[in-house]
Design a protein around this ligand. Structure first.
Ligand SMILES: NC(=O)c1ccc[n+]([C@@H]2O[C@H](COP(=O)([O-])OP(=O)(O)OC[C@H]3O[C@@H](n4cnc5c(N)ncnc54)[C@H](OP(=O)(O)O)[C@@H]3O)[C@@H](O)[C@H]2O)c1
Length: 186
C-alpha cells in the first residue's frame, strides 16, 4: 500500500469560517480571481486531488489530475465510470491508503479541495493547509470548512491538530484578501 508524499489543503472561507452558504452553494462573495489563480497554481503542483461528491475545482488543468471522489454510492472503491483517472471511494469500506494505491501512483502529492467532511478527514495529515479569508463576508448557518467550526475557529481547529501559521501573502490588496499557509509543527 502506498501513501502520498505530501498532502495540502486549499480553502477560501468567510469571516465566520464557512466555505459555502446554508444551501451548500459557494456564493460569488467567496470568488476572487487572485485566489482562484493561487488555488489553480497550487493544484498544478499536485498529482491528484480528493473531494466530496459536491465539490470540484473546475480548472482548465483538472482533466490532467488523478482524482478520488468521496461518496457513499459505492461500498468501498470503484473506478469512476466518468473519468479514466478517477476512483470513487467510500471511507466506510476501504482505507485511504487503499484508495490512493488504486490510483497507481508511487509517492506523489495530494491536493485536498473539500468540502467539510473531506477537509476534516485529513486534519492530522496535512503537511500544509492554505487558508484564504474573505473579509466582510458572513454566511450564517453555512457549510463550515471543518466539522468543528463554528464551535471553534478554523485557526483553532488547525492549531489543535498540530498546524501552525507560516507564510502570509496578500493576494488582492483591494479586497484585503490574504492567504495564510499553515504548516505542521516540526
Ligand atoms: N470555499 C471553498 O474553498 C470550498 C471548498 C470546497 C467546496 N466548496 C463548496 O462547498 C459546497 C459543497 O460542500 P459539502 O461539504 O456540502 O460537500 P462535499 O464534501 O463536496 O460533498 C458531500 C458529499 O460527498 C460525499 N461524502 C463526503 N464525506 C463522505 C464520507 N465520509 N463518506 C461517504 N461519502 C462522503 C457524500 O456523497 P454521496 O451523497 O454520493 O454519498 C456527500 O453527499 C459546494 O458549494 C462547493 O462549491 C467550497
Amino acid at each position: 500500500m502506498t501513501l502520498p508524499a505530501r498532502i495540502e489543503g486549499y480553502a477560501i472561507v468567510s469571516e465566520d469560517g464557512m466555505l459555502a452558504d446554508s444551501h451548500g452553494v459557494m456564493p460569488d462573495a467567496l470568488k476572487f480571481d487572485a485566489d482562484q489563480k493561487y488555488f489553480a497554481d497550487g493544484l498544478d503542483r499536485c498529482d491528484a486531488v480528493i473531494h466530496g461528491r459536491h465539490s470540484h475545482e473546475m480548472q482548465p488543468h483538472s482533466p490532467r489530475r488523478y482524482r478520488i471522489t468521496v461518496t457513499g454510492a459505492v461500498a468501498s472503491m470503484a473506478r469512476d465510470p466518468n473519468n479514466s483517472k478517477g476512483i470513487l471511494w467510500n471511507p466506510r469500506g476501504a482505507s485511504f491508503g487503499e484508495a490512493w494505491s488504486a490510483l497507481g501512483l508511487s509517492g506523489g502529492s495530494l491536493g485536498v479541495v473539500g468540502g467539510t467532511a473531506v477537509f476534516g478527514m485529513f486534519l492530522d495529515r496535512y503537511d500544509a493547509f492554505h487558508l484564504t479569508r474573505a473579509p466582510g463576508v458572513r454566511l450564517p448557518n453555512g457549510r463550515p470548512v471543518f466539522p468543528d467550526v463554528p464551535a471553534f475557529t478554523p485557526e483553532q481547529v488547525m492549531e489543535k491538530h498540530g498546524l501552525t501559521p507560516a507564510e502570509r501573502e496578500t493576494l488582492d490588496a483591494t479586497h484585503d484578501l490574504i492567504v495564510t499557509v499553515w504548516r505542521r509543527k516540526k
